[in-house]
Design a protein around this ligand. Structure first.
Ligand SMILES: Nc1ncnc2c1ncn2[C@@H]1O[C@H](COP(=O)(O)OP(=O)(O)OP(=O)(O)O)[C@@H](O)[C@H]1O
Length: 411
């Protein structure tokens, strides 16, 4: 007996044979309907969360990878098709990773031409005097993601300030969000768990001229409900030009493990990604301030270090910048950075006592320290004397002479 060839099911939305079984929900769709459904879902995400307003200028954090390329393509398609009135601008950060970012930036340059969008490129070298290749030569491969995440977040803010843009979007997708929810859950980091699923967060702007704490850049993730597999399918069937190589520096180990875990769960239960994301959102609802001043998540934790309460954990999912994580060399390095920061802060408060200095008589002082002010070094808005990037740069610049001597010696 010969097996009868299985007939393809029809597309859920038209009589054509289905070509795609959606990873997200198993729906069978033809390619045209998969593409239009994907776009409609992004539009719905934008509309239900009131993400953009007509006439707004949006910077798209463009790395040349699949996520931000799909984001740029979908946003410009929707903008034209639905006459949304958005001014889109590609903003790329060149971290200075030879053999990786230089190639992906060539892709962004092509994308800018393909979509007819303006492009601005800013580099770590011009902003900080360091490339990531230099950083890795100095600190090694283990904690480099921490540096890169802090630098990139600030670089995007500075780019926005230069361009007079107050809203930046990134290509973070549902898989990235699920990873972050799991990481925060596994660390027991409730403050971060409470905010990591937000579609929009506010960051400090790099406003050196302004001490106005309201000068912040909004960061949004329009692809937060899009599965990575569907993003790849969309890019493939729309024939988008994107760069596939992974960063030459491996992701932080903990995020790598969370990523593997999400993928393993997805294999046995495809809805796992959305389930984790929805659970994260539900936790956020539970952890949010309940009544008046009372919150279930006390803010003390972040008073001890650079407060990132208004900031998401990372820009670039490889770059978990959580100072709460504690693994090997990364942990040691973070502890050094904290010490450096505390040393600096202590100096400041003893030399110039301020009425808001924390004291047993003034229990609210610590809370007040979290108010945003300008970094004494670079002017970036921060809750401490020095912003995270400047703390890191101090430590890097101290190591530089030693590294140069070593290089000269080896060379
Ligand atoms: N060098 C960069 N310049 C501008 N934006 C960036 C850069 N790197 C990352 N981003 C933004 O942060 C998002 C998440 O970055 P991540 O490093 O996780 O890359 P990814 O998940 O591979 O995304 P992509 O496929 O867009 O590279 C990107 O989609 C992009 O919007």
């Amino acid at each position: 007996m010969t097996a009868r060839p299985q007939r393809r099911p029809a597309c859920l939305q038209c009589p054509s044979p289905a070509k795609i079984k959606r990873p997200k929900n198993g729906h069978a769709l033809c390619i045209a309907h998969f593409l239009s459904t994907f776009e409609t879902e992004v539009l719905q995400t934008m509309e239900t969360s009131g993400l953009f307003s007509r006439g707004e200028t949006i910077a798209i954090g463009a790395s040349g990878g699949k996520d931000s390329t799909v984001l740029a393509s979908v946003l410009s398609t929707l903008n034209t098709r639905h006459n949304l009135g958005l001014n889109l601008h590609l903003l790329s950060i060149d971290e200075g990773i030879v053999g990786y970012r230089d190639h992906s930036l060539a892709t962004v340059q092509r994308n800018a031409r393909q979509y007819g969008l303006p492009l601005t490129v800013l580099s770590y070298r011009e902003l900080y005097g360091w490339t990531m290749d230099d950083v890795v030569a100095t600190v090694g491969k283990k904690s480099n993601c921490t540096y890169c995440g802090v630098f990139r977040r600030q670089a995007l803010d500075r780019g926005c300030e230069m361009l007079n843009i107050s809203h930046v979007v990134t290509g973070h997708n549902a898989d990235d969000m699920a990873e972050t929810v799991l990481m925060n859950l596994l660390r027991g980091d409730l403050p971060r768990l409470a905010r990591c699923t937000a579609i929009t967060t506010r960051s400090s702007s790099s406003s050196s001229s302004s001490s106005d704490a309201s000068a912040t850049v909004r960061r949004s993730k329009p692809l937060k409900y899009a599965y990575q597999k569907e993003i790849v399918l969309y890019a493939h069937h729309r024939k988008l030009d994107y760069f596939t190589t992974e960063c030459t520096y491996a992701p932080e180990a903990f995020r790598g493990s969370a990523r593997d875990l999400v993928k393993a769960l997805e294999r046995v239960r495809p809805t796992a990604i959305m389930d984790i994301l929805r659970s994260g959102e539900a936790f956020a609802g539970l952890l949010r301030p309940t009544d008046g001043n009372r919150t279930l998540v006390p803010p003390q934790k972040c008073a001890e270090k650079e407060c990132t309460c208004n900031e998401e954990d990372s820009l670039g999912t490889c770059s978990s910048t959580s100072f709460a994580s504690g693994e090997g060399a990364m942990h040691i390095h973070e502890a050094q950075l904290r010490n450096l920061h505390h040393h600096h802060h202590h100096h400041h408060t003893t030399e110039t006592p301020s009425p808001s200095s924390p004291s047993p008589k003034n229990p609210t002082a610590k809370r007040k320290q979290q108010l945003l002010r300008s970094c004494t070094q670079c002017g970036y808005l921060t809750s401490q004397d020095l912003c995270q990037a400047c703390v890191m740069l101090q430590s890097l610049n101290r190591s530089r002479p030693a590294v140069m001597v070593q290089i000269e010696h080896d060379g």
